[in-house]
Structures are given as C-alpha cells and as structure tokens.
Design a protein around this ligand. Structure first.
Ligand code: IPE
Ligand code: IPE
Ligand code: MG
Length: 227
C-alpha cells in the first residue's frame, strides 16, 4: 500500500481535555478553551500539510448547554474571536468551512458570523467541518424524518439526509484526553471508522500527535465485513 493509499480522506476529532489542562495549571477553564483554540489552528494546518480532504471537529455538543451560562458564554466569545482572527487565513489557504448541527440556536450575532464564514469560504478545496450544537442521535432522528418525508427510510436515504451527506466517508476518529467514549458524536458515520484514543489533552495536541494517529491508521487493516 502506498503512503497515499494509507492516508485517511476524512478525520474527525473529539477535542476533549481543555478543562483538565487548565485545572492542572490552576488556571480558569476559559484558559483551557483558549489554548484549545490554538490547537484547532495547528490541527487545521497539519491536515492541510498531510493532504487530508476533510477534518471534522467536535466543538460544542447539544449536551454542552448543561455547562452553565458562564462557560457557554466563554465558548461563544472564543468562537467569535476565532472567526475574526482566522477567517482570512482559511480563505487564503483554501479551507471550506462546514457546520454540522443546529447552529441557528446560537445568538444572532454568531449565526450571522458563521453564515458569512460559510459563504466566504465556499470555494475552498479542503473541508473543515465544525460540529456546533451537534448531537448524533438528534442528527439521525432528523435524517430519518426527512427520509420518511421523501418516501423511503433506508440506510442510503438516511445517510443522504445527515449533515455529513456530501463529505467523504469517515475514516479515522480521534479522541483526546483519555476518555474512551463517543459522547453522541458521529454515531452513524463511525460504523466502519477506525478509532484512535490518546491521553494527550486537546490544548497539547499538535502536528506530531496527529502524525502518530495517521501512522497508526496506516497500520490498521480495514475489512468492512469482508475477509
Ligand atoms: C473539551 O474540553 C471542550 C468542550 C467540550 C467544549 P472539556 O471542557 O470537556 O475538558 P474536560 O473534559 O473538562 O477536561
Ligand atoms: C465531548 O466532550 C464534546 C466536545 C468535545 C465538544 P465532553 O467533555 O462534553 O464529553 P463527556 O461529557 O465527557 O462525555
Ligand atoms: Mg470533556
């Protein structure tokens, strides 16, 4: 198998451990999230470098509203700042932004910023899909409802109505921070994805950590039920 063949087209990351990163340093959780934003920037660059067509990042789950106003507010402010500081770079580097999840539940200012970013990055060749107010069970229920409205419920028609319908099949799912669970992320899409769990906390995750995951992926034998 050539290096090219063994490279995943679509990598998704559950970016976990910001809070523990901050706690270890006696810093506020918001600082962990801020450092997590820097790790996002590194991951996007590294994926471009390794020619990965699509990177999907779990940024805010439909269950993360439980965290309370202050932390949710910090995350929203961080998102606004991130779009402000990085949108031009994304456009310049051919990154197409996609959103998975019902982002219209966010405050109007953020919805407007996100929609502007979607519009201005749409010519990009590499995809950065960000899961925002995303829950996989909700996504599957919604897709099944849409498929039923269209007259047929089957694996194909459900898949065609998921937020990920036009993205490449998920090859590699990474979770940082040592937790071994999916936390309502890409349940359908993970059917035959390779899973990779690392103890590294998200704010510490860098190009070398991604490389380790890609090397491990290249060693896996995928069978998709065949032999
Ligand atoms: C992940 O880090 C970021 C989000 C869920 C938004 P956490 O905030 O979950 O960090 P831990 O799990 O508490 O360390
Ligand atoms: C998953 O992490 C959500 C994101 C990374 C955005 P959580 O920290 O919310 O997951 P649990 O609560 O540990 O399962
Ligand atoms: Mg967590």
């Amino acid at each position: 198998m050539s290096v090219q063949d063994s490279n995943p087209r679509h990598v998704a990351i559950i970016m976990d451990g910001n809070g523990r990163w901050a706690k270890k340093r006696h810093l506020p959780r918001a600082m962990g999230h801020q450092k997590g934003g820097e790790a996002v920037r590194r991951a996007v660059k590294a994926c471009s470098k390794y020619g990965i067509e699509c990177l999907t990042l779990y940024a805010f789950s439909s269950e993360n509203w439980k965290r309370g106003e202050e932390e949710v507010g910090d995350l929203m402010n961080l998102m606004k700042k991130f779009i402000g500081s990085d949108l031009e770079d994304f456009i310049a580097n051919g990154i197409r932004l996609r959103i998975l999840g019902d982002y219209t539940a966010f405050e109007p200012e953020i919805v407007a910023l996100l929609e502007d970013a979607l519009e201005r990055t749409k010519a990009g060749k590499q995809t950065l899909a960000v899961a925002l107010n995303y829950g996989s069970q909700q996504e599957i229920a919604r897709a099944a409802r849409l498929a039923a409205d269209q007259g047929e419920i089957s694996p194909e028609t459900i898949a065609a109505n998921l937020y990920t319908a036009d993205l490449p099949p998920l090859d590699l799912l990474i979770r940082t921070s040592g937790e071994i669970r999916l936390s309502n992320f890409l349940l359908w899409q993970s059917a035959y994805a390779e899973m990779y769990f690392t103890e590294v906390l998200w704010p510490d995750f860098g190009e070398q950590d991604l490389k380790l995951a890609l090397d491990e992926f290249a060693r896996r034998e995928r069978r998709f039920g065949g032999r």
